[in-house]
Design a protein around this ligand. Sequence first.
Ligand code: NAD
Length: 416
Amino acid sequence: MSTTPTPYDDAKAQLKRAQEILGFSDDDYDLLATPRREVTVAVPVQRDDGTVEVLQGYRIQHNWSRGPGKGGIRYAANVDMEEVRALAMLMTWKAALLNLPYGGAKGGIAFDPADYSQAEIERITRRYVHELLPVIGPEIDIPAPDIGTNEQTMAWFMDTYSQAVGYTSPGVVTGKPVSLGGSLGRAEATSLGVYITTRAALEQLGIAEKDATVAVQGFGKVGRGAARFMDDAGMKVVAVSDVFGAVYNADGIDTAALADHVDETGKVVGFAGAEAMDPAELLLLDVDAVVPAAVEAVITGDNAAKVKAKIVVEGANGPTTAAGDEILNANGVLVVPDILANSGGVLVSYYEWVQSRDNFFWDLDRVRESQETAMLAVWDDVVAFAKEHDINLREAAVSMAVKRVLDAHNMRGLFP
Ligand code: NAD
């Protein structure tokens, strides 16, 4: 039997730590650690060549004490129950930390979209939605994009659900195209939040934005936008990576030109404005901040001691394992935890859901200003809580969120 902790083990370790800090009972721990509903579905798909494959799909609703489930849908080959459980739990804390009226959920299908045509992905998506119909809806569980999914996926999702209920229901998903009731500012909201929290962390350490150097792992929906915002603000983005490789320029990468290069070639390597580097070294560079914004478990017990950055901003969900986190903390690295750093996405998803329900749409300035105000207020609260209890930012953020969920649960009471 493997002794490597799963992402769900790591998520439960965070909850256990919150229990120590807040002092609630083991019964409450069990209640908070156990997902409320776990659904697995077979997703049969007819390939373009006529053959049929059966994929495995998941949707896990971790907690709904404060409102309907909320969380992304991931399409990736390594999606499994343990990962989805961990991500659903993180979503519960993230929504509560932002004080949004949501619980946490997450879903996914185990397949690599790069190996399938658009028509196949559409059939897979529609069948998956059909299988989930009894457990999703604007008042039940509201999905959003994650790794391997995008606004087109959400458009198919919304259409399939709407066909089934008999009317157009934009509130069933967020991260929709703006033409279908998506929110202005949603596409880049997670990235903007990563930038806002990086800026706040730099300020806390007395580092001016103009002097700051950063390295960003991942150049997808989160990493690309984060690198662009940071570059625009005057920070020096010295390294960027994707699944194929990494590039480095000590003078700072022109991230707009890099984005054009990626649009043309599909990868960061080969970009004329930087040299290739070993992607395994990116998170270990001697920079002010590293931003893991790709996949989970990239800072671990094996490499955390070699992290030289003063700040780690978790753009991705769960990029640091429990063992890695312990080492970063012992070495005095300021870790901005995922549920705070990448919470801009769920925050503006909430704005999108509100707009969909109101049939009244906000302009971009209102979205951006609301996001910045809300995230900086949460940042201040987390920093103050951490100081008060002499704990780190992750312990503070998770504890504040867990307390809100527990309070809601206790006020509602346990139905026999
Ligand atoms: P994405 O699929 O758009 O992009 C992922 C990026 O990571 C791609 O550039 C890919 O090439 C790269 N990548 C994959 N494996 C890698 C590896 N081993 N090393 C380096 N790069 C690698 O996904 P995304 O939406 O940007 O999500 C990234 C992370 O952010 C995930 O953990 C996701 O859960 C989290 N997140 C996303 C959102 C959102 O709004 N999209 C919100 C909150 C959190």
